[in-house]
Design a protein around this ligand. Sequence first.
Ligand code: HSE
Length: 588
Amino acid sequence: MLDFDQKDAPSAEEPALCVLKFGSSVLEREADYAAAAAEVYRHVRAGEKVIAVVSALAGETDALLAQSAAVGGAAPDRLVARLARVGELKSAALMALALARIGVRASALDPDEMKLQAEGEALDADLVSLDAGVIDHALQSHEVVVAPGFCAVHEAHGVVTLGRGGTDLTAVFFAAQTGARRVRLIKDVDGVYAEDPAKNPNAERFAELDYDAAARASSGLIQPKAIEAAKQAGVVIEVAALGAGDATRIAAAPARKAPAHVARPLRVALLGCGAVGAGVLAHLRQRADLFEMNPVLVRNPAKHAAAGVVCTDRLDRALSGGPDLVVEVMGGADEPAHIMSGALQAGAAVVTANKAAVAKHYDSLHAAARASGAALRFSAAVGGGTPILELLEQLADGPGVASAEGVMNGTGNFILSKLGEGAAFDDALAEAQALGFAEADPSADVEGHDAADKLSLVIRAAFGVELAPDAIAKQSLDRVGPEQAQNALARGEIYKQIASCRLAADGSVEACVEVRPVPFDHPLAGARNEENRLVALDRSGRRHALYGKGAGRWPTAAAVFADIMDVQRAFAASAQARLAPPPVLKRA
Ligand code: HSE
């Protein structure tokens, strides 16, 4: 048993904080919250804390102002402001919900909860103060604070708005007040241009420019008050498109143009369209400007015809035309590994969520990737949307990992949670299957094989050591029934399936998958339903904890899509991307 015995070890160093602003140009419709959440997730999995500042959905503020005029006529501004801010309040709640769906811990805070104070006119106010302590506090137990842009509280008027484009000002102000490392304004263009790129397709984009030049060049793109506030506070603004690597930096720096670079879309083969694959496909289809899809490999094409997806049950068709990227979400171990190896050998990047295939064929897949120089990414294979491998790789590159233990199987944790509520084992398993958490053969979850596959990958990331899943001792979940689970709860304990590993003094790794009760104050005790958690101890004695959703369509698809976007950004920056037809510029 690998007990975690350092509860008082110091917590990890403060992670970097960034402010991301999502304007109405990228929040055009409800489905865009998933894309915005994916962008936030990209920063969270890189270890950053995020303040996400949101505008209303496109057209909503205009509709509210029209409604105000229709109902109230020439009403006092302070009353108009009370209605005009509603679009941002709703948007912040929607953004927090989109993040919750993928398992990112987000706190939505209203302006009064953060004491976000403004002065001046009710419809064109200026921000003056913020209680940054409230945000700090929320970020102790969440990865993200979601804040509505554009509105604040005012001593005399009660509530006020900040003028059109005011969410830019909110974002800059938050960055200045919290000491965030950067503020990124996410727009429907990839930066600030010398001329309007809609009018002149050859317009030059700036890599960097100073505040005054930005104010002149970005009319209609960035609120002038926001640029002035950034200049006064010395805040560096990044202006970027959703998912982009590149940005225009607005700082106290001379103007510099970005090299002209138009990337063609990435050609993608998606293998599998089940619980996870369908979520990945939804993300890919939303970015038709970046991805060109091959027919999707499915078992039964007729089943998908109604959804307007071009499908095939023939692997050769799914892989036709030499795709740049193969996304494998089929399940199984040997066959998908064989396909991925072939794709890597041919120079295609591979992204997969398949822990069984990667754990069993780790060396051959990596050898194929090394030989061709193609990328092989499998973040979703461990933890679903919980970035377990990323944290361990970071620690391995830094202080080194001493031990790690976690809840790494969502189905198992779901079943144990339901047993604690009195459900029968078979009913709990059936529910986990219906929710898309369980493996095709759920005995992989129940017997601990799935957790052992993941633990084998954890051991590679943490220690660079090979320990095959078969060599890891496992206990079955079926040793626990509802009565046992409830008795444990009554005495202050909760059953967990815990996968743990530790580096021994002789350099070997001890590992096991156990099903055992832990006290309520154990760091893994709070994981509910399909949640996953990891607690790692580094070699300097620091404890690092991660929380997320380990199973299910959207958390897993978020992790797969984050890998896909990493591949896309690397591709867009490469010479290969320039070799052919220009991209379709419109988003689907
Ligand atoms: N069956 C797995 C689980 C899916 O429940 O965790 C995600 O790997």
